[in-house]
Design a protein around this ligand. Structure first.
Ligand SMILES: Cc1cc2nc3c(=O)[nH]c(=O)nc-3n(C[C@H](O)[C@H](O)[C@H](O)COP(=O)(O)OP(=O)(O)OC[C@H]3O[C@@H](n4cnc5c(N)ncnc54)[C@H](O)[C@@H]3O)c2cc1C
Length: 380
């Protein structure tokens, strides 16, 4: 279905991403799942093609594009059927590096942004901890000033790109007396900084080609100029990108849902049981038709929310609705698609088996459904 928000330029982007997914991701995705990571050469290639800097300033090699570009990009990566690949890329482009763009000084931008855009420097965002997920008020990681340095102590959990990133944006409490999410700041920490280590790589149900790690900071010293944004204002700086983060996770969910439905419709049109194809069973085709309708509705809300963000309009209500809707819907879609694939849907040879595992986290990470619904309810 067409959208008034998606013009020719965005359709061109869609076809470029689609070609990359068909030629590079789909043939190699299984090997990346086995390896537990995406090869750097692939990310560098994406940098060369301009996919990693679409939202970043032209001055640093980016394209200065709008949130609609992120929405289309996420949707098309979602179609790849490899959620681990999609999230590796989107954490870098739309969840971690935007903090550098939004809050970085000229020096910080000059130093890191060109390599972020080219894919030489891959980023991660480290906010969550064992006792601070949905509610960051429980954050224990601390940063204290000593002379001209910051000293970080604490640990972070569930960090995407955590083991492989070159540059990690770390949230830490800088004013231990401040309550809740107050008194928090962001820091730029490079891989190899003494005192910064990867505790362990975490094995997961899905997203297996994405590295998810625990990060440890033990008297980790960084120069004073590694503070990102305003001191003690970190939570508000982090929040600046919340809507974009939720937008792309929803874009992934929409793309994955659409792809799963396409594959399942093809499958049930061929598969025969009780003297006819599964598609001939009204109960099956109507269930799929209703899911198609709901996915299309979510897709239109995705584009509308992206457009609101591109107009610098407050879109917390719409994006929260979208994230809650898309995160739940993709799981409903995967359940039905797996069901209609029968035994094959449970076998690792089929994409649907992986897609069902990958989808599970989309209603949990980056704002759980219940947290999103509270944001909607607050604005009722
Ligand atoms: C694979 C993966 C990758 C991740 N990547 C990153 C990353 O790169 N960087 C990062 O900082 N974090 C990352 N996370 C962390 C992720 O954002 C958190 O897991 C998420 O915010 C939920 O926090 P939690 O796990 O502590 O769950 P909790 O906060 O303990 O919540 C548990 C459940 O309780 C329910 N719940 C929570 N709050 C409410 C409420 N107010 N009302 C009703 N119900 C509620 C929800 O169902 C929720 O799922 C990642 C997580 C995973 C699993």
């Amino acid at each position: 279905m067409k959208s008034i928000y998606v013009d020719e330029e965005l359709e061109l982007l869609r076809s470029q991403v689609r070609r990359f997914v068909d030629e590079v991701v789909r043939p190699n995705g299984e090997a990346w799942e086995d390896a537990g990571e995406i090869p750097r050469s692939v990310l560098r290639r994406m940098g060369e093609l301009g996919f990693l800097g679409m939202r970043h300033p032209v001055d640093y090699g980016g394209a200065g594009g709008s949130a609609l570009m992120s929405a289309i990009f996420a949707e098309e990566l979602g179609r790849s059927t490899f959620g681990g690949f999609s999230v590796t890329v989107l954490v870098h482009t739309d969840m971690a590096s935007p903090h550098l763009r939004n809050s970085g000084t000229r020096e910080q931008l000059e130093r890191w942004m060109p390599k972020v855009v080219s894919g030489e420097t891959i980023t991660a965002i480290a906010v969550s901890e064992a006792d601070a997920g949905s509610d960051v008020a429980g954050m224990r990681t601390r940063a204290r000033r000593e002379g001209d340095q910051w000293v970080l102590n604490g640990s972070k959990l569930f960090i995407t790109n955590g083991a492989s990133a070159d540059l990690v944006i770390v949230a830490a409490k800088t004013d231990p007396r401040a309550k809740g999410s107050q008194g928090m700041s962001m820091f730029l920490v490079e891989r190899g900084t003494p005192g910064f280590s990867v505790g362990r790589k975490l094995e997961k149900l899905g997203w297996r080609s994405s590295d998810t790690a625990e990060l440890v900071f033990e008297d980790c010293r960084v120069p004073g100029d590694r503070l990102l944004g305003t001191l003690d204002n970190g939570f508000y700086e982090i929040m600046k990108n919340f809507q974009n983060e939720r937008l792309v996770l929803s874009g992934m969910a929409v793309g994955e849902s659409r792809e799963a439905l396409d594959r399942t419709i093809r499958y049930v049109k061929e598969r025969k049981a009780f003297g006819a194809t599964l598609w001939d069973k009204q109960v099956i085709r109507q269930r799929l038709a209703m899911l198609e309708a709901r996915v299309e509705a979510a897709r239109q809300l995705l584009y509308h929310s992206a457009w609101l963000l591109s107009q610098q309009t407050d879109a917390v209500r719409e994006v929260s609705m979208l994230k809650a809707l898309a995160g739940e819907l993709v799981n409903e879609v995967m359940y039905a698609c797996q069901q209609f694939h029968g035994g094959m849907g449970y076998i690792q040879e089929t994409a649907i088996e992986r897609m069902a595992r990958d989808a599970r986290v989309l209603s949990i990470g980056g704002g759980a459904t219940e947290v999103m619904l509270e944001e909607v309810a607050k604005r009722a």
